[in-house]
Design a protein around this ligand. Structure first.
Ligand SMILES: *[C@@H]1O[C@H](CO)[C@@H](O)[C@H](O)[C@H]1NC(C)=O
Ligand SMILES: *[C@@H]1O[C@H](CO)[C@@H](O)[C@H](O)[C@H]1NC(C)=O
Length: 382
């Protein structure tokens, strides 16, 4: 990692940590929850109108969405992109359109994708944890996607070119929605899925990338497990067991070993250091609390081959300095083993969350822009 990247990313982490720390202090004195404080800090920035896009807030069934439509006339129907934002299932919202208060990172990202790929983008304001546990977020994303697929002509979108896309937790949701719609004949088939450093499993938080990047901003290893637990249970009880791998029985771990194993990670990703871990068993009590981690709608890496075989063409972005790197690598392998075409973009100098920094006023990374350009190129090829 280049020194300048590292120091800038530390800076970025410091501001996030600062919000977390401040939030923790306020929580301790009972003013607000830490989660709400960080949401507030993230939601303060505002963006104005866009010269090239019509931007509207709508409801798809009971789910709030924001739609970005290119203003330029188009001779033919456009691509449609369902976008699910990241934020550990806990953070991120569309904000209010009246005041244009948004999570600036994802607002920028959606606008960039809509403008540069000349696609209609629909960003989904799904319900968040810990108030709304799994499967609330997944159900909202699925429901909004199904609604969109049923009303494409209304938005001038080509039924043969609908794509689902998401970053981090949003990549998890995009993978789950893709799997659910695979093989359904009552909806147009998805054209592709775009998974940007997705989190796809909760069986093994000791894969090489989790060990190597445990303390790399913006996503520490412990946080990755923390967010998964917030989404599943609305609290992070059992974090210790999840981190050490004593939350799922050895039988089940061995059963999934064919898909979730360091053996399936290419050797070159282990040279930065990797210690095989001893398999630990779990207590029934702990397992009862986390057994839904075995559901593919929560951990898409665990879906059966028969489902994966029906998935659309895929784009996967991974970052070298990211605990979730190996989730992406393992899913890439599973898709390829099942005959799905995968376009893989690996950012050698990238870290988790880098895509969101591409257009920040005070901080941006060339690798983030490079990743985003690859995503736009992929979209334009569809
Ligand atoms: C979305 O959810 C609502 C309420 O759960 C349901 O009535 C509706 O049929 C769903 N829409 C689609 C398109 O699945
Ligand atoms: C955490 O969630 C689990 C599963 O929903 C629940 O059984 C447990 O009581 C919760 N713990 C706390 C401290 O709220």
């Amino acid at each position: 990692l280049h020194l300048y990247n590292y120091s800038l990313s530390s800076l970025l982490e410091i501001s996030v940590l600062f919000a977390f720390e401040q939030g923790k202090i306020l929580e301790n004195i009972g003013i607000c929850t830490q989660v709400n404080f960080v949401r507030y800090m993230q939601g303060r920035k505002t963006l104005g109108a866009d010269a090239k896009l019509f931007i509207k807030d709508l409801w798809f069934e009971k789910v709030p969405v924001r739609i970005y439509q290119p203003k330029a006339p188009s001779a033919s129907q456009r691509r449609g992109v369902m976008f699910f934002h990241g934020g550990g299932w806990v953070f991120g919202s569309l904000g209010k359109i009246s005041s244009r208060k948004n999570i600036i990172t994802h607002e920028n990202l959606c606008r960039f994708i809509a403008r540069e790929s000349e696609s209609v983008v629909v960003s989904v304001g799904y319900r968040l944890a810990p108030e709304h546990k799994y499967p609330a977020a997944y159900e909202d994303c699925l429901n909004a996607t199904q609604h969109f697929l049923q009303h494409l002509e209304h938005y001038g979108v080509d039924p043969a070119r609908v794509i689902v896309c998401g970053d981090s937790a949003g990549g998890n949701l995009a993978a789950a929605v893709s799997q659910t719609l695979a093989g359904r004949s009552d909806f147009p088939k998805l054209r592709a899925q775009i998974l940007i450093y997705p989190g796809l499993q909760a069986l093994d938080f000791n894969l090489p990338s989790y060990q190597q990047n445990r303390g790399v901003p913006l996503l520490f290893r412990e946080r990755a497990a923390f967010y998964m637990l917030q989404y599943l249970n609305g609290n992070a009880t059992n974090l210790e067991e999840v981190l050490e791998g004593s939350h799922i029985s050895v039988d089940i771990q061995l059963n999934y070993r064919k898909w979730v194993s360091p053996d399936n990670i290419p050797e070159k990703f282990k040279v930065r250091g990797y210690k095989p871990r001893v398999l630990l068993d779990c207590t029934t009590e702990v397992f009862e609390k986390v057994k839904r981690f075995c559901e593919p709608m929560l951990c898409p890496l665990l879906a059966e081959d028969t489902i994966l075989q029906q998935l659309p063409e895929s784009f996967i972005l991974t970052c070298e300095y990211d605990v979730l790197r190996d989730d992406g690598l393992l899913y890439k392998k599973r898709l390829e083993d099942n005959g799905v075409r995968v376009t893989w973009c690996h950012l050698e100098d990238g870290f988790h969350g880098i895509i969101n920094s591409f257009n920040s006023d005070w901080l941006s990374f060339p690798a983030g822009k490079r990743g985003l350009d690859n995503i736009v190129d992929f979209l334009r090829s569809l």
